[in-house]
Ligand binder design. Sequence first.
Ligand SMILES: Cc1cc2nc3c(=O)[nH]c(=O)nc-3n(C[C@H](O)[C@H](O)[C@H](O)COP(=O)(O)O)c2cc1C
Length: 194
Amino acid sequence: MTSRPLVHIIAGSVRAQRLCPRIAAWVAKVGAARVPLALEVVELSDWPLPMDDEAGIPALGVYGSERTRAWSEKIAQADGFVFVTPQYNWGYPAALKNARDHLHREWRGKPAAIVSYGGHGGGKCAAQLNQVAQGLKMRVAPTMPGLELSDEAIRDAALDPARDFTAHVAAVEQAFDELAALLADQPAPAAAPV
Ligand SMILES: Cc1cc2nc3c(=O)[nH]c(=O)nc-3n(C[C@H](O)[C@H](O)[C@H](O)COP(=O)(O)O)c2cc1C
């Protein structure tokens, strides 16, 4: 039996009272019921990466910090990704950009899906994330679910994804279907540019 492709579900926010763990867990649950992929939630809060700890160019793959080397190993293991991220001020969180920018080859050419959330679903954040993914030649699933948070969820962190996101299940399933199709058509890893 061949092993299932490994997909990291990257939880994109790190603030103490964040909703992201609940939402990422729900996305993982919907995905696990839908596609034969090995899904693992990766909390960026478990991977603190100072913004100034790498002197060099990540595309060269030579990392000075032990933290970056560990992060590199972690991301290199994955065959694909689902980015689950809130919209912050019409963009995506700095912690997620920083985690992306610490590496290069480890992301490059791999399939990815983007699930955003916010008061209106976080579409602007998804668009930015997609643009960055295109820069890394990632193959992005065309369906990008935008999970809408109620005022109550934003104000009081009152959210039960299984109850509140029923309208979004089909889009998340579709994104997983597309991700699985992209993974089945995996090309040889692309060479990193210099
Ligand atoms: C710094 C910050 C900026 C935000 N900007 C937006 C925004 O542009 N659009 C939006 O719909 N919600 C915005 N919100 C509300 C978030 O959608 C909501 O707080 C959500 O729970 C954030 O995700 P998190 O709990 O995982 O951090 C913002 C929240 C924070 C903390």
